[in-house]
Design a protein around this ligand. Structure first.
Ligand code: ZN
Length: 181
C-alpha cells in the first residue's frame, strides 16, 4: 500500500505523553534561562548595562519556570531526547534567542521586542499542543505552560511601553532623514 502524501506539520502536535511534554518543557525553559543569562553576561561585558539588566531579569523568570517544571516532573521517568529529537517544529527551541540576533549595541526597546518574539513563539508552541495532543494530561500541562508564556508576553508588552520608539531602531530605516514628528 502506498503511503499518502506527507502531511506537513503533522508531527508538531505529536507530544502525547506527559513524560514527553515535561521533557520538552524542561529543555525549552532551561535553554531559554541559560540563553538569557549568557546574553546578560555578554551585554555587561560590552557595558550595555540596561539591556544586561533586562536579560538578567528574563533569565531569572525562565529559571523559575524551569524549576517549577522540574518539581512537576518529580515522580515521572523523563525520556532522554537527542538534540535532533525535539519536536519544536523548527531547528531551534522556540523560546531561546539566537545570540546572532543580539548586537552588543542593542537598545532596550529592540531587546524587549526580540524577547517578545520568542516568548510569543513559546506560547504558540504550547498552545498547539494544548489544542492538538491526543492526551488529556498533556493538553492540561501544555495549557498551563501556554498561560505562563502569555504572562511573559504581557509583562514584556508592559516593558515595551517604557521604551518608546526613538526612530533609530535597527529594524527601522537605517538611514533616516530628519524626521518631522
Ligand atoms: Zn517565557
Amino acid at each position: 500500500m502506498m503511503t499518502p502524501v506527507k502531511a506537513p506539520g503533522r508531527t508538531r502536535a505529536a507530544i502525547d505523553t506527559p513524560e514527553n511534554m515535561l521533557a520538552h518543557a524542561l529543555a525549552m525553559e532551561s535553554e531559554a534561562a541559560e540563553r538569557y543569562a549568557e546574553l546578560a553576561d555578554q551585554m555587561a561585558v560590552h557595558n550595555n548595562q540596561e539591556v544586561a539588566a533586562l536579560f538578567r531579569k528574563l533569565g531569572d523568570i525562565e529559571r523559575l519556570h524551569a524549576e517549577n517544571i522540574r518539581r512537576q516532573a518529580a515522580g515521572y521517568e523523563l525520556p532522554r531526547i537527542s538534540l535532533g529529537g525535539y519536536r519544536w517544529g523548527s531547528r531551534e527551541s522556540p523560546e531561546a534567542l539566537d545570540p546572532g540576533e543580539v548586537h552588543y549595541l542593542i537598545t532596550p526597546r529592540e531587546a524587549v521586542k526580540l524577547a517578545l518574539r520568542h516568548e510569543r513563539q513559546a506560547a504558540e508552541f504550547y498552545g498547539r499542543i494544548a489544542r492538538g495532543s491526543a492526551s488529556q494530561e498533556v493538553r492540561k500541562l501544555a495549557k498551563g505552560y501556554e498561560e505562563e508564556e502569555k504572562e511573559h508576553v504581557r509583562l514584556l508588552t508592559e516593558w515595551l511601553k517604557r521604551y518608546p520608539e526613538t526612530g533609530c531602531d535597527r529594524d527601522d530605516d537605517p538611514d533616516p532623514p530628519m524626521e518631522q514628528e
